[in-house]
Design a protein. Structure first.
Length: 329
């Protein structure tokens, strides 16, 4: 039976028209940050973006943006690949991101989305002779993909785009057609997420998260050359695993069958955070329970992102000046 896909889902909860965004060089209500239907980036996916989280710490009464500089650096790298000239410096972009979070007066975990795109109303297939635009918006955000007891995933029939087709290390808007096909199919077939193989049949990543296996107490993750996005959470997890748990982390190619043989499996990403996977293609991962290494990493990560682990305080950039903040939402 073919599932009825016409049913629409509500828009992202919390993404309201009157939230404060940044567009055309100034802060404005999100409802005013609109584009023309002839916009190049809308027609061809010629844009790039970032996904950044900020975490509310009730103890500190503070909102902390996680790894702000790393996200801004990756955004600049993505823009360079697409020949997008940003109208501001890295430091200025950090300030704009903080300003959007601050002006919304959020007191909850949020997601921040900077986006840059080819904005001329043009059908010409070019990246060079065309104008660029840039915007930031933000909204309250909880779990991206979560299931008590761990995610159930499938291996997608859609292969992960190859770096020789669309640059996989850049967060290119158009490449998310590939991710959406895999993720949508997985959901319609009753799974929480999709793992994606490269065209050569080896593991690449999930639709919008990196993937890790644990085997024999060692951690394994596909290398950057296996068509993955250079995940910022991936780096954080590698650092925590080595420094806090003293584990060996190997970045190496993973064949399809090895996925089924893992003692533990988990996804990492800004959206998904650290989420255990407990079945793949209806095969249990080990006993089908979230594994101890996954849970130890998730718990440390959860503390570090709210600035509760002093060794990782540099991951967290405060949004509010301590005295200035009076609170709202
Ligand atoms: N791969 C893809 C395709 C993604 O969209 C994301 C989310 N940004 C990730 C991996 C994870 O990257 P990060 O940890 O930097 O969010």
């Amino acid at each position: 039976m073919v599932t009825d896909t016409r049913q629409t889902r509500p828009p992202t909860p919390g993404l309201t028209d009157d939230s404060v965004a940044y567009f055309k060089g100034r802060l404005c209500p999100l409802r005013d940050a609109t584009v023309n239907v002839a916009t190049h980036g809308l027609n061809y996916g010629t844009g790039c973006f970032e996904g950044i989280r900020a975490y509310w710490s009730p103890d500190d009464e503070q909102l902390y943006v996680l790894k702000l500089r790393e996200h801004v650096d990756r955004f600049f790298r993505s823009c360079a690949v697409l020949r997008i000239a940003l109208p501001l410096t890295r430091d200025e972009l950090c300030e704009v991101i903080l300003a959007v979070a601050r002006e919304n007066r959020y007191r909850s975990d949020i997601y921040i989305r900077p986006i840059a795109f080819k904005s001329s109303p043009s059908i010409k297939l070019t990246l060079s002779t065309i104008e660029d635009s840039f915007a930031v918006f933000a909204f309250p955000f909880g779990h991206y993909a979560h299931r008590e007891g761990g995610l159930h995933v499938c291996l997608s029939p859609w292969r992960r785009i190859d770096d020789t087709a669309i640059p996989t290390r850049a967060k290119v808007s158009g490449s998310y057609v590939n991710a959406a096909l895999a993720s949508d199919d997985a959901h319609l077939n009753g799974y929480d997420e999709a793992l994606m193989l490269s065209a050569n049949g080896t593991l690449s990543e999930a639709s919008s998260a990196n993937v890790f296996l644990v085997r024999g107490g060692e951690i394994i993750t596909p290398p950057l050359s296996d068509n993955i996005l250079e995940g910022i959470t991936r780096d954080a997890v590698i650092e925590l695993a080595r420094r806090e748990l003293g584990l060996l982390v190997q970045e190496r190619t993973v064949g399809r069958t090895e996925i089924y043989l893992a003692d533990e499996l988990f996804l990492t990403g800004t959206g998904v955070q650290i989420e255990p996977v407990t079945s793949v293609d209806q095969r249990l991962v080990a006993t089908g329970q979230p594994g101890p290494i996954t849970m130890a990493l998730a718990s440390m990560y959860g503390a570090a992102v709210r600035r509760a682990m002093p060794a990782y305080a540099s991951w967290c950039t405060p949004v509010y000046a301590q005295r200035e903040f009076t609170g709202a939402h």
